[in-house]
Design a protein around this ligand. Structure first.
Ligand code: IFM
Length: 790
């Protein structure tokens, strides 16, 4: 069963049944002002920080499913009947109410038809202004004249979202609402200890405001809800001014429509003073032309970002995801890390070091300059010893507030992701100058980026355990496995192997031979330890617990095999051999399902304090034997590196959101973006159900896995490599890509129907010997023909 469909032409996901099993959301806004909006117009807005700059309120994980939001109500003055343009919150019977929600790139549109009234509400955030625009259109499709009141409503948050959830004894007495009568603008201010000293405004830009409320409890009424506000029943707002209490912005505008006539209204909710910014913006957006102009800029913004990569493969859904939604999600994770969603309530603000280092991979081809800035921010959160702050807030770091972690909060992997992220940036851009940039450490001193990378390697080298594997420290990628107090992580060791290899390649390329020699010795030693202590016969163990017991081994009482230590054995480059193949065969045998591979098997059933929090999740959920999508992307890469194109593609398809559209009642989450996990096979009821959509490392890695390993188009220091690993049934595919400012049209043909292997490469009509196309061979526009074969 589906709840909607993909409109490829308009690059929208169209929800035709508003009763989705979960809130299906969109992210609007690209810089300081952001809002999250569901298919029923619920959600919240924030300015710069979802924690400290929360503009509108949201009651997380609540019943009714998601409220409040941004609501536009229409009330027929003759019949007194009222409804909302989005199906909720009024929720008219769906046999009489036609409801459509279009989530597009940077905007969401609600369309409805009820009692011959056609209406729409388009919400978007201009690219360079801290406000949201609500554009409302109402058309009278009946034969009689109609008179309406249009009511709008949103509930303000009290800026500091944590206080707003925790303690009302102060927070409820801080707001100072007002009404700028001259300009008809609701003025919202609050004195708090937030760094932003915020003010906000709400207004109708092109029509007279008949009445308003700024006190939620007056507009809604204590025993009502957003479904039936008192003011709407009353036919007029009460003019309440909240000095203290629960602030809101509610307005009433009246319109008359002749048969066939259409009217539009523009509402603005923004940051700034009602008497200054509010007034200015109201003037600007009084004309529909300026609204349209602003909207076009949003569309251009996304076109520009997404059009740097476009593929045409034999699989429509793959195209749809890679060309539109996967890239869009990558930009969202890059912007907001793991801080703001309907799941992440905004309390953990800022950037996760590990997450943000990975998030750059999916956008570096599109916004290299922003990635460079982000890398520098990340490097500033590295300490001189080489490890990194697990989590940091650039806004406060730039004010000198460094939250240096205590030693027990040092993770074994955070800093090593720099060795994936920085090389990825250089390979994409050819900008080696970043290596010489001097960046301060979070604690003391500064060093070149090149030396920062070396420090990261040194830290891990100095933090190995009894078996010569990396100590797990606070944890590795899998936050909830307990590898403290001397436990060792196979996976972090594999990441270290990969990091060393990346560094060796880089050092070799720029002629640092001493470093090449030194780190090759490190790598040999690491390989020896991996060989000696991690192979378990059919797969690789996940690590060693503090007690010395193996984790994820045939000997383990519960969870005998883990996914990451198999995929990374291959992806790291350490075991591109029979052992790697055997390990990946074990993945197929024990972990693969039709929805993707479970993260470990069998699931932990009993809580084991020594193993840690992973054992507290019921079987099949989260890190305990769920299909953890992020980890599934590495399976694709491993199979592609082994040359097994059928498997790589099969795994890619197994958890591709677009493939879940027709089973949305089982999958339940948005079929247009990746979720963090899909419930695993050992859950008694919900196998196949997705949870925690949007803010997941899956986005960046799924894009990387598909574009760089299945389609095989991988940037290299010297140019670009084309090394596809596809299903042998494919005849070929095409990719248009911008690489270092040059246009590439890559046409891959597969006449012999192989999975892997490049026989011939022709660039701009000339055959070349290798499938690494050096930058020097590239013109401004290039046609690259690649013939696959044995
Ligand atoms: O690796 C982590 C990530 O940093 C946050 N989400 C869960 C992942 C796996 O534990």
């Amino acid at each position: 069963m589906n709840f909607g469909y993909f409109d490829e032409q308009k690059r929208e996901y169209v929800i035709t049944n508003p009763k989705t099993p979960t809130s299906w959301v969109n992210y609007l806004g690209t810089s300081d002002y952001c809002l999250i909006i569901s298919n029923n117009a619920s959600g919240y807005s924030f300015y710069k920080s979802p924690k400290l700059g929360r503009v509108t309120r949201f009651r997380f994980n609540s019943i009714p499913m998601d409220r409040p939001g941004r609501y536009v109500y229409l009330k027929d003055e003759k019949t007194n009947d009222f409804w909302s343009i989005s199906w909720q919150p009024v929720g008219k019977p769906l046999d009489k109410f036609l409801s459509i929600c279009r989530h597009g790139l940077g905007y969401t549109i609600f369309e409805s038809k009820y009692n011959s009234i056609i209406s729409s509400l388009k919400i978007f955030v201009p690219v360079d202004k801290p406000l949201e625009i609500w554009e409302v259109k109402i058309k009278n499709d009946s034969n009689e004249k109609k008179e309406f009141s249009v009511f709008t409503y949103t509930e303000f948050c009290l800026w500091n979202s944590m206080l707003d959830m925790m303690d009302f004894q102060y927070i409820l007495y801080t707001c100072r609402m007002g009404y700028n009568k001259e300009d008809e603008i609701i003025d919202y201010s609050i004195k708090l200890w937030s760094p932003y000293e915020p003010k906000a405004f709400f207004t109708c830009a092109n029509k007279k405001i008949e009445s308003f409320d700024t006190d939620r409890d007056v507009f809604i009424g204590p025993y009502n809800s957003e479904s039936n506000p008192e003011a709407i029943k009353n036919g007029k707002c009460f003019g309440s001014i909240a000095i203290g209490g629960n602030p809101c912005a509610a307005t009433q505008v009246k319109i008359e429509l002749q048969p066939g006539q259409e009217e539009y209204l523009v509402f603005l909710l923004g940051i700034g003073n009602a008497y200054k910014e509010g007034r200015e913006y109201k003037k600007i957006f009084a004309s529909i032309d300026s609204v349209e102009k602003e909207f076009k800029k949003v569309q251009e913004y996304w076109k520009e970002r997404l059009n740097k990569f476009e593929c045409n493969t034999q699989d429509e859904k793959m195209n749809l995801m890679l060309n539109i939604w996967n890239q869009y999600q990558c930009h969202t994770t890059f912007n907001w890390s793991r801080s703001a969603s309907f799941i992440e309530a905004g309390g953990r603000d800022g950037l996760g070091f590990r997450d943000s280092s990975q998030d750059i991979l999916g956008v570096v081809h599109s916004i290299p300059q922003e990635v460079r800035r982000r890398l520098i921010e990340l490097l500033k959160a590295q300490l001189s010893e080489g490890y990194a702050m697990h989590h940091f807030q650039p806004l406060t770091m730039s004010q000198g507030k460094h939250n240096i972690p205590p030693r027990e909060r040092i993770y074994s992997d955070d800093h090593l992701w720099l060795l994936i992220a920085v090389p990825a940036y250089i390979k994409e851009t050819g900008d080696f100058s970043i290596l010489d940039e001097i960046v301060e450490y979070a604690d003391s001193g500064s060093a070149s980026v090149y030396d920062h990378l070396k420090q990261a390697l040194e830290f891990s080298w100095n933090n190995r355990g009894k078996h010569g594997l990396l100590l797990g420290l606070a944890a590795d990628w899998n936050d909830c496995i307990n590898l403290k107090d001397g436990g060792e992580s196979t996976w972090s060791t594999q990441l270290y192997y990969k990091a060393l290899s990346e560094f060796i390649d880089l050092a070799e390329y720029i002629g640092k031979t001493d470093d090449v020699e030194k780190y090759k010795k490190y790598r040999d030693e690491i390989k020896r330890a991996l060989e000696e202590f991690t192979w378990d016969g059919e797969w690789f163990v996940r690590g060693y617990l503090a007690s010395g017991k193996k984790l994820g081994s045939k000997e383990s009482e519960q969870s005998k095999i883990f996914l990451n230590s198999q995929s990374w054995a291959v992806f790291s480059g350490a075991f591109l051999d029979e052992k790697g193949k055997t390990a990946m065969d074990s993945v197929k045998k024990y972990l693969a399902t039709e929805h993707g591979c479970v993260k470990n098997w069998p699931a932990y059933v009993d809580y084991i304090i020594e193993v840690g929090a992973i054992t507290s999740f019921p079987p099949g959920l989260k890190e305990n034997a769920a299909i953890f999508c992020h980890a599934n992307t590495w399976v694709i890469i491993a199979e592609a590196l082994l040359g097994r194109g059928e498997y790589a593609f099969e795994y890619y398809m197994s958890f591709l959101p677009a493939n879940k559209n027709e089973i949305a009642e089982i999958y339940t989450a948005e079929p247009y973006v990746y979720s963090q996990f899909i419930t695993g096979k050992e859950h008694p009821y919900y196998f196949g159900r997705a949870r925690n959509p949007w803010l997941t490392g899956t986005a960046t890695w799924a894009f990387t896995a598909a574009t760089q390993y299945i389609l095989g188009i991988r940037p290299h220091y010297n140019g670009i490599i084309i090394d596809p690993c596809i299903p042998s049934s494919w005849d070929g595919f095409e990719v248009k890509r911008i690489f270092r400012g040059k246009k590439l049209l890559i046409k891959v043909l597969n006449p012999e129907h192989v999975s892997k292997g490049v026989k011939k490469v022709i660039i701009n009509g000339k055959e070349i010997k290798s499938n690494l196309i050096s930058e020097a061979l590239l013109d401004e526009e290039n046609v690259i023909e690649v013939i696959m074969g044995l």
